[in-house]
Design a protein around this ligand. Sequence first.
Ligand code: CP
Length: 315
Amino acid sequence: MKQFLSVKDAGDVPSLVQEALDLKENIGQYSDLGKGKTLGLLFLNPSLRTRMSTQRAAYNLGMNVIVLNLDKDSWQIEFEDGAVMNSTKSEHIKEAAGVISQYCDIIGLRSFPGLVDREKDYTEQILHSFKKYCSKPLISLESGTRHPLQSFADVITIAETSTQAKPKVVLTWAPHIKALPQAVPNSFAEWAVATGAEVVITQPRGYELAPEFCQGAEITYDQDAALAGADYVYVKNWSAYREYGAMPQVEGDWLLTSDKMNATNHAKVMHCLPVRRNVELIDALIDGPDSLVQVQAGHRVTAAQTVLKKILETA
Ligand code: CP
């Protein structure tokens, strides 16, 4: 594996998931693979799980880790070619990426979308600038449009817990108090489809995801119909793609309830975390016996370690 920016870098997803489950059985098996190698984790936005799980995964492989909060602890970076840098941005990506590439053997980057300019976010200017100017393998720690390490952990979780070859997996929109990126649902949709699951996405009108991420999924505005017979319900809020970054008014009550869950096939409940309790998902479902949220978070280490191992083996 030369990079990990999307499901396209995963190869055959069921095989990669199996490799991850095998690795989980013997997490210390490759503890010397990364000896003498350094992972750089660059954050332009906050993180708990991604930061800690990727560090833990690197340590499991014997790597050193450098974490840099690029948004707070470094110089502000200019990404435009030909910019006249006479304002707040002190360092150009060309220099920064070249320098970081000398200190690190693998580089992870988190860069959220601005949710103002759709074209800018969906062309992934920041991620692609790093890719262009870094000379080392790049891992997305969540970008403007995707969160592949999260989605990989999610499909590992489904594979580990599923009793069916083709489970029904429902991704449902949930309420929130502020506009959130589409990266997690975009990414989850394409990874879940790649596992061969039956994937249904349900959202209120106005919250349709970008069509390129939903290929192979059924899409419905009827949450009750979507939930019928579901084996997994992935709960997530996202802001509008079409009216980009907006939170159009919603008809009906989209908060998942225990009553609504009665229509499912004793479905497991998933969320990437962090979750706003009783806004996005109710206490009873987060804390209930069918909740997989902690299992998903645990598999963030499995996912990151599998990806780092494959990149180290390729380098
Ligand atoms: N799910 C996830 O990526 O969590 P963090 O934002 O805390 O890393």
